[in-house]
Design a protein around this ligand. Structure first.
Ligand SMILES: *[C@@H]1O[C@H](CO)[C@@H](O)[C@H](O)[C@H]1NC(C)=O
Ligand SMILES: *[C@@H]1O[C@H](CO)[C@@H](O)[C@H](O)[C@H]1NC(C)=O
Length: 540
């Protein structure tokens, strides 16, 4: 009898184990990582400062994976503050549990660890990861995340002869805790001190004359857009955040905060060294970083003036953005063409208009969306939702259209229906650049325009071959329109990618909700989920 019960127990255990494993597809390869996060001292701009290292490296290790790989990544936090990484652009299908933002995960306390488990499902392209907690991003902790195609999935260009990842961003010499105090006291951050390429003021990329190289470029900065160009060379755009593009040739490209692009460069010039340049945009003060493109048969160091960036500010950039098109006949991560889903023929179920602002609340600078400035709760919203914990956030604490009332702080969640197809307008009535990001998704960027958006502007949309991406810029006193297919149930962060704005409240969560709770739509809570705030004492 006792033996029989033991067998049944064993059986139940096996069934449970099989169930929990089926959450990630067992047919796809597993990749295991252990990453330790520490402080270190480096001098990226000449003077020593504290930076955040992962396994002793800044930038952190490059995560090179293949479509549908299962990532098991144990993150050990050796900082003096709670820490999380988020996987910028990884769609985390059915799995907002692993998104690594404070609305979905408890931060990993100092001297403890958390094992992320996620799949890079149905994606190919250039992405990155970075710390989502506090102002840690200002100290580093970021790295490249490249998802390569599976065998037999052709990509719409010959395999490049080499593949470089360039993490480019503005940088402060000031410690991240001091920057945080500045923001907490209700003041804006100063202008950055410099721009780094892969954590350095000077790096070199070498290639053979006549060969073609891929440069995967991400803006990992805090606040400023940059323009990227290479002396004496043109660049061919091939991929934007997982979309294969029409392969236009450019002299230079603007990359806004949080965005990624991949370009091909053919080393078809005389054998010498050439400047690679990234210079900040849209501010009177311009910061410039250079690196070297070295021909392996070159005897001549870099020389001559740096290639000039675009003179015109916003009009040039918006015009360029409109030239980014999807290659409709190219494969996506699966062997079906990207254009086989006719997004332009779907009537959106609703239109949400999001207006950003910079109000003073209780005498301190905050940033707001539709007059609501987001504050983190001590309990991740995803956990509060799962355990039915009241008082953590309120439904519809944020409206789907701009309000004229006074701004206030709230833990704002907007509910939308799973499987709806919606239109979102980012209306920027401020005189500064915006960059908006949505976790868990990519979306069609269907239109850019100046002034106030109105229904009439729909006539200007590209409803044929807009590309999908996870982060879009919005020009000053302008709007950007996106279409989103809400096919990923969960709690997803919609935020400014400009970190000061995100930190001071320009964000909220989209609860993509389905009445029917089904593991086919959304995975259950991971068994190792960290619990904090009001979720302590509940059982995952
Ligand atoms: C922390 O690491 C240990 C040992 O590697 C592992 O067994 C454990 O599951 C990890 N904790 C979490 C919460 O993932
Ligand atoms: C689009 O992709 C197809 C299929 O891979 C490729 O043959 C074609 O050259 C691409 N078109 C453009 C304009 O980039």
């Amino acid at each position: 009898m006792a033996r029989g019960r033991a067998v049944i127990l064993q059986l139940i255990c096996v069934v449970l184990a099989v169930l929990s494993f089926s959450l990630v597809n067992a047919d796809d390869p597993y990749r295991f990582y252990t990453w330790t996060v520490t402080y270190g001292t480096l001098s990226p701009l000449g003077s020593p400062q504290q930076v955040i290292l992962i396994n002793g490296q800044f930038p952190g290790p490059r995560l090179d994976v293949v479509t549908n790989d299962n990532i098991i990544l144990n993150l050990i936090n050796k900082l003096d503050e709670p820490f999380l990484l988020t996987w910028n652009g990884v769609k985390q299908r059915k799995n907002s549990w692993q998104d690594g933002v404070l609305g979905t995960n408890c931060a990993i306390p100092p001297n403890t660890n958390y094992t992320y488990k996620f799949q890079t499902k149905d994606q190919i392209g250039s992405f990155n990861y970075f710390p989502s907690t506090a102002m840690h991003r200002a100290a580093g902790g970021y790295g490249g995340l490249n998802i390569y195609e599976r065998p037999r999935i052709p990509i719409p260009f010959p395999n490049p002869d080499g593949d470089f990842t360039l993490l480019i961003g503005d940088w402060f010499k000031t410690n991240h805790k001091t920057l945080r105090e500045t923001l907490d006291s209700g003041k804006s951050l100063p202008f950055p001190d410099g721009v780094l390429i892969n954590g350095q003021a000077h790096s070199t990329f070498s290639g053979d004359q006549g060969k073609t190289y891929m440069f995967r470029i991400s803006n990992v900065g805090m606040s400023t857009s940059f323009n990227f160009r290479i002396q004496g060379h043109t660049i061919k755009l091939v991929e934007v955040e997982g979309s294969h593009t029409i392969q236009n040739i450019y002299d230079s490209l603007d990359v806004h905060v949080g965005q990624s692009i991949a370009v091909l460069v053919t080393l078809n010039q005389a054998p010498k060294d050439y400047y690679i340049v990234a210079s900040t945009r849209f501010n009177r003060q311009v910061l410039t970083a250079t690196a070297t493109l070295h021909y392996t048969n070159s005897q001549t160091p870099v020389s001559g003036p740096l290639p000039a960036g675009p003179q015109n500010q916003f009009h040039w950039s918006m015009t360029q953005a409109r030239t980014y098109r999807w290659n409709l006949t190219a494969n996506a991560a699966r062997p079906n063409p990207q254009g086989s889903f006719h997004y332009g023929q779907i009537i959106p179920a609703k239109t949400i208009v999001l207006a950003n602002s910079a109000p003073l609340i209780n005498g301190k600078l905050r940033y707001a969306v539709n007059s609501v400035s987001y504050v983190n709760s001590d309990t991740p919203l995803k956990l509060a939702d799962y355990f039915n914990i009241p008082g953590v956030f309120s439904w519809n604490s944020i409206q789907g259209t701009p309000s004229s009332g006074p701004s206030y702080v709230a833990t704002s969640v907007m509910q939308v229906n799973h499987h709806d197809f919606i239109e979102v307008i980012f209306q920027n009535n401020e005189n500064v650049m915006q960059s908006w990001h949505l976790d868990g998704y990519d979306f069609w960027v269907v239109g850019f325009g100046s002034g106030q958006w109105s229904q009439a502007k729909k006539r200007t949309y590209n409803l044929v071959d807009s590309l999908t991406r996870h982060t879009t810029q919005v020009y000053p006193n302008s709007w950007t329109a996106i279409y989103v297919s809400l096919d990923n149930q969960g709690m997803w962060n919609m935020r400014s990618a400009i970190w000061e704005r995100q930190y001071l409240g320009q964000q909220f969560y989209l609860r993509v909700w389905n009445q029917v709770q089904n593991l086919a739509n959304e995975y259950g809570i991971p068994s190792n989920a960290l619990l904090c705030g009001k979720a302590v004492g509940h059982r995952p």
